[in-house]
Design a protein. Structure first.
Length: 636
């Protein structure tokens, strides 16, 4: 069963306003005062079957948390988890499963080659009814916890179109999404492998699918295809990830502000009393100037640094670290040190700590699917760019500990699993995949095997990688063909998909947005500037080929990690353990010391289940490096 939910305690849609689902069977509200709102506020609700058909009339509840608590097995249907779930967590209610309509709409639009079109409930309903499609509201600005600005500078947004009933629209769009999920994958009954029969049941239910989400038939139609089942799993995992993202922001990452201050003083020196750079940066600035012959140089300014090198007869196009390391000049090591410390001061320094750390917790706003590959992003706070040295401030509470799990060599193992290459799958069944590849195809040279495999996945196919790639192609042709086919498709302007069906942006996306996406996938390969022959020229086509080559691997790795998270969340339900951090292929759980062995076992089981859920009976293993530590920086 589902419960469609439209939170409403603003006075615009309550039972006295005349704005609400009365036209959709809403009850007549007797005269009298509006009931006092519960801690999570009020909401319009309607019970639905798994297909989205109403089971009764719409109801308005003054206590949303109590209404959902009375139906603990129901899956919640709402427009946006990020908008709706925080109020429930603050009221002490945890949602077990949900369907996030906006995240699903984005996946379906991308699958149809319409990446980036508006995905809000209002936009989806307008497309469904043939009305003008409104743009999505602007992203909320990053607001540190405790920030008192409120809505002073919020952007005003036009009200919904006349006659727009959010609850009725929610139900109609959900039904349309179910039809589109089926249409995305109705194929002849002969499947090409992948998710095996019987993979559904408990595992799929854990991440939010009903027990009927596996192979099925509908009114004489053909069985639900492999592609449709995968896409349904992606939708369920994405919605589960949305719940986890809000919960991680609610719990917060344990953070010791006193330890943070000590390490900043150790690295940077005492802060300036007038707000300028700290002592260590001032000293480095003077030494950099001396290295350039006594000139005044602003090291934080790339243009100023380039001019300083030019005066020394050295022509550079960039001040990126890997560019500077190739230059023989006494200023280079000083500049590299300055860049590292300056980044810590500006991104995670004293001001950052004052803004983002409150009551011993760093609470970021996580954005599931914030990168086109499905990797997460954050809105403010720089949670996914915390330098390792700054992680010394992440300390478990007294009597608690941190369980840190990292999936080693994840993307190479994903390539073995999705390609089905027998030799590479055999190598990926060992604890050290690079060593196994080296023993089979590179005369025991592990470094060469690693260069070859990473070059194949990231499109670094020139220079020293050429002979290594030739050896890789000779031993593992199916795996090489998988990524090379993706690259050729991208170069030709086509779309590629992840294992579960996340689809890359089309070439029609503007260069700026496309380059940003490419940089997120492979920062060193994507320069962030349009090639000299323009975004549609040969260089751009090759760059897009590198992007799509890696997209099919990184997007699938993101799906694996998201599935692991969803399964782990389910196994930790009912315990005190909290998921407090997630980055790409690493997860951190904060738990009581005595519960650490149970949490470690749960993480390892979730990893094994995620592999089965996505790839069935594969020889590929996905080993975890698991550490139980008091300080995050001490993890392996």
């Amino acid at each position: 069963m589902l419960i469609a939910v439209v939170p409403d305690d603003s006075g615009m849609g309550g039972p006295r306003s005349g704005f609400g689902p009365s036209s959709e069977g809403g009850p007549e509200v007797p005269p009298g005062p509006v009931p006092q709102l519960g801690p999570a506020g009020g909401a319009w609700l309607r019970r639905l079957d798994d297909a989205g058909r109403p089971l009764g009339p719409a109801e308005w509840s003054a206590d949303l948390a109590a209404a959902l608590r009375a139906a603990p097995d129901a899956r919640v249907l709402w427009a946006s988890t990020a908008d709706c779930y925080p109020r429930l967590l603050r009221a002490g209610f945890r949602v077990a499963r949900c369907h996030d309509l906006e995240l699903t709409e984005a996946l379906l639009l991308g699958h149809a080659g319409r990446w980036g079109e508006p995905r809000s409930l209002a936009a989806a309903w307008a497309r469904l009814t043939g009305a003008p499609v409104p743009p999505d509201p602007p992203s909320r600005p990053a607001t540190p916890p405790g920030d008192g600005q409120g809505t002073l500078f919020d952007t005003a947004w036009p009200p919904p179109a006349a006659g727009f009933d959010p609850l009725a629209a929610l139900i109609e769009v959900y039904g349309d999404q179910q039809a589109r999920l089926e249409a995305a994958g109705w194929e002849p009954a002969a499947d090409a492998g992948g998710l095996p029969s019987g993979t559904g049941g408990p595992l799929l239910n854990t991440v939010g699918l009903s027990s009927g989400a596996g192979p099925s038939t509908d009114a004489g139609r053909r069985p639900l295809s492999e592609a449709a089942r995968r896409l349904r799993l992606l939708v369920a995992a994405e919605s589960a990830g949305a719940l986890i993202a809000v919960e991680m922001g609610h719990h917060g990452l344990p953070w010791r502000a006193d330890v943070h201050n000590e390490l900043l003083v150790e690295l940077l020196g005492e802060p300036s009393p007038v707000g300028g750079p700290p002592r260590r940066l001032v000293e480095l600035t003077a030494r950099i100037g001396d290295a350039f012959g006594g000139q005044r140089v602003h090291p934080e300014s790339p243009a100023d640094v380039l001019r300083a090198f030019a005066r020394e007869g050295i022509s550079l196009t960039s001040t990126r670290a890997w560019t500077l390391r190739a230059v023989d000049h006494p200023a280079v090591p000083l500049l590299l040190e300055y860049k590292e410390l300056y980044r810590i001061w500006t991104a995670h320094g004293w001001s950052w700590c004052q803004q983002w750390v409150h009551r011993g917790r760093f609470r970021a706003e996580y954005v599931p699917g914030g990168v086109v590959s499905g990797r997460w992003a954050t809105r403010g706070g720089g949670a996914l760019q915390i330098p390792k040295v700054v992680r010394r401030a992440v300390r478990a509470d007294p009597g608690w500990t941190l369980v840190v799990a990292d999936a080693g060599q994840l993307e190479p193992r994903i390539l073995a699993a999705v390609s089905g290459d027998p030799g590479m799958s055999r190598a990926a069944g060992t604890g050290d995949m690079y060593a196994a590849l080296a023993a089979e195809a590179f005369g025991g040279d592990r470094a060469k095997a690693k260069v070859a495999l990473l070059g194949a996945m990231y499109g670094q196919t020139g220079g020293q990688a050429v002979p290594a790639l030739a050896a890789l192609r000779g031993s593992y042709p199916t795996a090489l063909s998988y990524v090379e086919d993706a690259a050729r498709t991208g170069e030709a302007g086509g779309l590629v998909r992840s294992w579960l069906g996340r689809t890359c942006p089309p070439p029609s996306v503007t260069w700026g947005a496309w380059a940003e996406s490419a940089a997120a996938l492979d920062p060193e390969a994507a320069g962030g500037e349009a090639p000299p022959d323009g975004p549609r020229g040969g260089a751009a086509a090759r760059a897009r080929g590198r992007f799509t080559r890696n997209f099919v691997i990184q997007a699938t790795a993101a799906e694996f990690a998201l599935s692991l998270l969803a399964l782990l969340r389910g196994s930790l339900a009912g315990s005190d353990a909290e998921l407090v951090f997630f980055q790409h292929d690493e997860v951190v759980v904060h738990c009581r010391e005595q519960d650490a062995p149970t949490v470690v076992a749960a993480v390892e089981a979730a990893c094994e289940q995620a592999g089965r859920l996505l790839f069935g009976d594969t020889p590929v293993r996905f080993p975890l490096d698991v550490s139980v530590v008091d300080c995050y920086a001490d993890a392996k």
